[in-house]
Ligand binder design. Structure first.
Ligand code: BGC
Length: 549
């Protein structure tokens, strides 16, 4: 039809559910989730009302960083199943109208990747070593690392190899663990290989990717020492990293169906916008909600900044409160309820066991869910968020498996507490996550999670799961939700009052972060995270959606 704009691509306002594969559903009884487990739970996801899933890395891997150390990008790790299982999962998801996106890890490989083994074997100056960052050490015998750069997981970011002749050799760079050597993206073979890997998965029908450490690819080849040991990584407009993403985009555009990628980046808003220019990537994670406390001023600033930053390049934003790298928001908001700053917000540092009030945190997380799912853009949810799972911070030391724990010399407990296997049903672990049997789940589930299982919450209209189901149903039915134009209304201090409108329909979203109730605007109450009080007011720590005529 002439004049009618093409339909917006699906990813602009999709609700994407992050599946952490180890922790979603285990069908083979080894205590670790698998692909067949994901397939077996697709009906649950369809009923929840999500549009797409992002599956964490399931590729062949020694699992040093739980799959973020990939040894073969075209193979499924037997821990998770087979390529045939993946094909079946993609087909079964598509049959339910659910898009499938995979994790893509281009910054580093595993040290067990064929390329890295070949690089170590081939020796100094070889083309095999040119694919990674190999460098001679400093000092008379090259005994000292090439620079003072430190690894994200703790310790130095250079590791020395033994040369094929048995002598102490060159050093290689790793932003994360020493088992995760960084690739050198100035080597043309690297881009060619990864384009081929993307093609491999696009040809199998995947709808997109989540790109790990996307802005880490352009390390300064002078490797200069820095005052605090942080690496020098270029991301500015002149950096060739943008050509990498242009090449990825051209590839996606060769395929039908609006294939996409969402990039993981910790860069500032302006830098992120560079990666979102029309010829680069469609979406970037926006971690402002991960860092924000439950306070009206902080949330408003996060929303305004996020929308403004992307407006210049025409890209939608994404909204994220939880993922596999961050303490779960129920506990973050619960910590904030009693002790400000018990967590270092947005990181996995800090001591979240201090004073966490899970009841207050859950209430705040309910209120946040209705803000999160109303805002314009893509919404990412992390498995278990819809159940209101708290972070588990009392895991015994011997249960901890995040590489951060070892590499930090047992000073940072790491991210295990947000990665506990999902409770599906029943009164005792493994709560339907795995077949009952002797095998232990890879991280222990707390016995108190019986009340938070999918089965328990399904039957409870007041549960977090029921709130998410209803919110997602409304989001699909009412175009203003998730897709509307946002306008702010004047509001009392500590209250957010915003309007979303589209196609002649308007929904007001009121978030009450203060300690006393607030009067709601007139209209039809669509949903509230807590029952209204006897005067019809919105109680503290609650959000309401009100449809206006
Ligand atoms: C992933 C982490 C992973 C790291 C190294 C991240 O940003 O989300 O889970 O440990 O990249 O690949």
């Amino acid at each position: 039809m002439p004049g009618r704009p093409p339909p917006a691509p699906w990813w602009r306002d999709a609700v994407v559910y992050q599946v952490y594969p180890r922790s979603f559903a285990d069908t083979d009884g080894d205590g670790i989730g698998d692909l067949r487990g994901i397939t077996s739970r697709l009906d649950y996801l369809a009923e929840l009302g999500i549009d797409a899933i992002w599956i964490g890395p399931v590729f062949a891997s020694p699992q040093v960083d739980h799959g973020y150390d990939v040894a073969d990008y075209r193979a499924i790790d037997p821990l998770f199943g087979t390529l045939a299982d993946m094909d079946e999962l993609i087909a079964a998801a598509h049959a339910r109208g659910i898009k499938v996106t995979l994790d893509f890890v281009p910054n580093h490989t595993s040290n067990q990747h064929a390329w890295f083994r070949a690089a170590v074997a081939a020796g100094r100056g070889s083309p095999e070593r040119a694919r990674y960052h190999f460098h001679d050490g400093r000092g008379p015998n090259g005994d000292e690392p090439p620079s003072n750069w430190m690894a994200v997981f703790g310790g130095p970011s250079w590791t020395r190899v033994t040369e094929p002749d048995g002598t102490p050799g060159q050093w290689y760079y790793h932003l994360f663990a020493s088992e995760q050597p960084d690739l050198d993206w100035t080597c043309p073979e690297v881009l060619a290989e990864f384009i081929d890997v993307l093609r491999f998965w696009l040809d199998r029908g995947v709808d997109g990717f989540r790109i790990d450490v996307s802005d880490g690819l352009d390390k300064d080849h002078a490797y200069p020492d820095t005052p605090d040991g942080s690496p020098v990584i270029h991301k500015d407009a002149a950096s060739p990293v943008h050509d990498v993403y242009r090449a990825f985009r051209r590839l996606f555009d060769e395929y039908p169906g609006d294939r996409m990628a969402v990039i993981e980046t910790g860069a500032d808003d302006e830098t992120v916008a560079l990666f979102l220019r029309p010829d680069e990537m469609p979406l970037a994670f926006n971690f402002r909600f991960v860092q924000a406390q439950f306070s009206a001023a902080g949330l408003r600033e996060a929303i305004d900044d996020s929308l403004a930053a992307n407006a210049g390049v025409g890209a939608p934003t994404t909204w994220v409160t939880d993922n596999h790298d961050t303490p779960r928001s129920v506990s973050r908001y619960g910590a904030a309820a009693r002790i400000e700053g018990a967590y270092v917000p947005g990181t996995f540092h800090g001591d979240p066991t201090k004073g966490v009030d899970v009841v207050a945190g859950t209430r705040r997380a309910r209120a946040m869910a209705l803000l999160h799912l109303a805002l314009p853009g893509a919404a990412y949810l992390y498995n278990g968020q819809e159940l209101g799972l708290p972070n588990i911070d009392d895991l015994p030391d011997e249960a901890l498996v995040d590489p951060v724990w070892e590499r930090s010399g047992h000073t940072v407990r790491g991210r295990d507490g947000c990665r506990i296997p999902m409770p599906w049903s029943g009164e005792a672990p493994p709560f339907g996550f795995a077949p009952d049997g002797p095998a232990k789940t890879w991280l222990p589930q707390p016995a108190r999670w019986a009340a938070l299982s999918v089965a328990a919450e399904t039957d409870d209209p007041a549960s977090m799961l029921s709130l998410y189901r209803e919110a997602l149903r409304l989001r699909h039915a009412i175009p203003a939700l998730g897709r509307g134009t946002l306008t702010w209304h004047a509001s009392p201090a500590d209250v957010l009052d915003l309007e979303l409108s589209r196609d002649g329909e308007t929904v007001r979203v009121v978030v009450n972060t203060r300690a006393v109730p607030v009067t709601l605007p007139g209209g039809d109450l669509l949903l509230a995270s807590e029952p209204l009080d006897v005067d019809g007011c919105l109680p503290p720590a609650a959000t309401a959606w009100v449809r206006q005529a």
